[in-house]
Design a protein around this ligand. Structure first.
Ligand SMILES: Nc1ncnc2c1ncn2[C@@H]1O[C@H](COP(=O)(O)OP(=O)(O)OP(=O)(O)O)[C@@H](O)[C@H]1O
Ligand SMILES: [Mg+2]
Length: 616
């Protein structure tokens, strides 16, 4: 825990903050817009529901007619015809019900699809800063669990709510038509029910919000533990991790139990109102029948409708609860969709043509947290088609320089230009597509090696793929794999060693044939022999493009056209290798230190590699 735990809690609070913002009206309006896209189907659905409801309301009237008109007058033929009508009605109902169920499920599935697509699209535009502050699992939970919850509301709830409202209106009309006095007596329970629902609803909403949040935290914990299983097992942290998971899981269970406790009071309460209504009708209606002012048939019909009157009310209160739960989910979904895109392109952003590759950092100051700059007053010009090395101690800000060049973040002060264009004025895709990066811990997607190399240039032929693999010295190990280039590297490239992943990623970058090539500790995990093969290959590859190389092993950057030394966010030295060594500053110290400890290995490997290259 410690700092980390505190950080997490801050994130949680921030999320909570959001959830209090949107009123139901707004959320429901936004959700309905997803259905509104399919007007024709929605209209057909409403028609089916109306037909269905109308037919459902018929039977008690038929029964009433049977009792008062046919049974009372001993009319057997009429009774038979009426029975036939009853069956006919049920057949028509079948068709309407089929249409209703099918259409609502179609709309629900489609809505789920649309919301997920919208979320995914938006997630792709959010800045890395957003991701640095969120738990992956919590985001996943929003895209899966919460969207599920919403579509469930639509599929199970929407039809019943229309049915219920139409039924209620229909029944109220029929009851009034049958006997106005008795109806008005019955309706006195309605205000009681409404008041009860409003009061209870607030608590239901609060408790459902807790269920949504706790299930998200369960997902987050699972995600983190699964990704970090190796660390967990190797540090024997299973018990502690399990406890942490247990805590999240218990919170979720408690929230669910609490939700069902509150819900459990709901239904029986509606039953009480229904009993009161029945009691009123029995008493007033019954005495009216005794006095002869009401027929038995009407009393029977009235009682039947009365019970049907309470079904939709019970249903609606159930629906109300689902709405509460779904609204809590909707807030979380819209929380993502409403997150402002921090790195947004200007509407008049220019498309970069093929760039020369001149990069200028001007008076640049930047901090991930604006109050704590990690880069200060950076001024650096990188000429086209040159190779610049960024070196310096851990945490100096080297990777941050690259993050800014990709415009993953915007600087607080100053700017970066590429070929004279401020990064904030260009279409990002036209810039990024001309850059390629190789990282220390490259991310490979599940799929074959071939697919992963092709990632940077989807049109490349197999021959080109093999050529770049050969150029970076990856061909050899790939061929030794059981299925060669068709080997599935599995999620995140888990099947390959770190060095192998670096080689694949290097091949991927070269295949993209970028104008700007960036290598951030790209060869830190390959052996010295392979590194030298790469180095010799790179001399050719780096020549006709702008390259930025970050490396702790200074032997790999010795030939750079310009070496820039960063320390605590500032450029402290710059120049060519020989100049910097002569100057005797930070660079020469770092360099000396390395060679004191590993000179022998270096020279030996170098000669072996040169031999290998000469032979091959
Ligand atoms: N996403 C982030 N959020 C907040 N601070 C960050 C983030 N990434 C890096 N930092 C901080 O910025 C500073 C510079 O980090 P950077 O990654 O640029 O260092 P580096 O020079 O690449 O180090 P290394 O040689 O270890 O890769 C560090 O102090 C680090 O703690
Ligand atoms: Mg770094």
């Amino acid at each position: 825990m410690g700092m980390h735990g505190h950080w997490r809690r801050m994130i949680g609070d921030e999320d909570e903050e959001y959830e209090r913002r949107s009123p139901d009206r707004v959320l429901i309006g936004r959700l309905l817009r997803y259905i509104g896209r399919f007007r024709r189907r929605a209209l057909m659905l409403v028609l089916a529901v109306l037909a269905n409801t109308a037919f459902n309301l018929l039977p008690p009237i038929l029964f009433m007619m049977a009792i008062d008109r046919y049974i009372k007058n001993l009319d057997a033929l009429g009774l038979t015809l009426l029975g036939g009508a009853f069956v006919a009605v049920s057949l028509v109902t079948f068709a309407a019900q089929f249409a209703q169920r099918y259409l609502i499920n179609w709309l629900g599935s489609r809505m789920e699809y649309d919301i997920r697509m919208d979320m995914f699209r938006h997630l792709q535009r959010l800045s890395l800063r957003y991701y640095a502050r969120r738990e992956v699992g919590s985001i996943i939970s929003r895209v899966t669990n919460d969207v599920d919850k919403i579509s469930e509301l639509v599929t199970s709830g929407l039809v019943s709510v229309i049915t219920d409202i139409v039924t209620l209106v229909g029944i109220v009309a029929i009851m009034l038509w049958m006997n106005a006095r008795l109806s008005l007596i019955t309706f006195t329970v309605i205000p009681m029910i409404v008041a009860f629902m409003l009061l209870w609803g607030r608590r239901v909403r609060a408790v459902y919000r807790r269920t949504r949040r706790t299930i998200a935290s369960v997902s987050a914990k699972i995600e983190e533990s699964v990704s970090g299983m190796r660390e967990i097992q190797s540090f024997s942290r299973e018990t502690a991790t399990r406890r942490e998971f247990e805590r999240a899981n218990i919170s979720n269970m408690e929230a669910n139990v609490e939700a069902s406790r509150i819900m459990s009071a709901f239904w029986p309460a509606v039953n009480i109102f229904s009993a009161v209504g029945n009691c009123l009708v029995l008493w007033f209606g019954g005495t009216a029948v005794m006095r002869g002012t009401l027929t038995v048939g009407v009393l029977f019909g009235f009682m039947s409708y009365l019970n049907r009157f309470f079904w939709p009310i019970r249903d609606l209160s159930m629906f109300w609860n689902n709405v509460q739960s779904a609204m809590a989910a909707a807030e979380r979904v819209f929380g993502i969709l409403d997150t402002e895109v921090e790195i947004a392109e200007k509407p008049d952003a220019v498309e970069l043509p093929r760039i020369e590759g001149e990069i200028v950092y001007e008076d640049l100051t930047f901090g991930y947290d604006p109050d704590h700059p990690v880069l200060r007053d950076i001024n650096l010009t990188i000429k086209p088609n040159t190779t610049v090395a960024l070196v310096g101690p851990t945490g100096a800000g080297k990777t941050t320089m690259i993050n800014l060049l990709y415009r993953f973040y915007d600087p607080q002060k100053g700017r970066i230009t590429v070929d004279g264009h401020d990064l904030r004025d260009v279409k990002l895709e036209t810039l990024r597509s001309q850059m390629a990066i190789v990282l220390q811990d490259p991310f490979l997607f599940s799929g074959t090696i071939k697919e992963n190399i092709r990632y940077g240039n989807p049109d490349a032929s197999d021959e080109e793929i093999i050529a770049v693999a050969k150029a970076v010295g990856a061909h050899e190990f790939i061929q030794d794999l059981p299925e060669g280039y068709e080997t599935d590297v599995r999620e995140r490239g888990g099947r390959l060693s770190m060095g192998q992943r670096q080689l694949v990623s290097l091949a991927r970058a070269l295949l993209a044939d970028p104008r700007i090539l960036i290598m951030d500790e790209a060869t830190s995990s390959v052996d010295a022999y392979t590194e030298l093969i790469i180095k010799q290959a790179l001399e050719k590859i780096l020549r006709d493009r702008t390259s930025i190389v970050i490396a702790h092993r200074l032997s790999t950057v010795r030939n750079a056209d310009l070496i820039v030394v960063l320390d605590e966010g500032r450029i402290v030295e710059r120049g060519r290798h020989e100049e910097l060594i002569k100057r005797g500053g930070l660079y020469s110290k770092l360099y000396e230190m390395q060679f004191k400890y590993e000179p022998a290995e270096e020279t030996e490997a170098e000669s072996v590699a040169s031999d290998a290259v000469r032979d091959g």
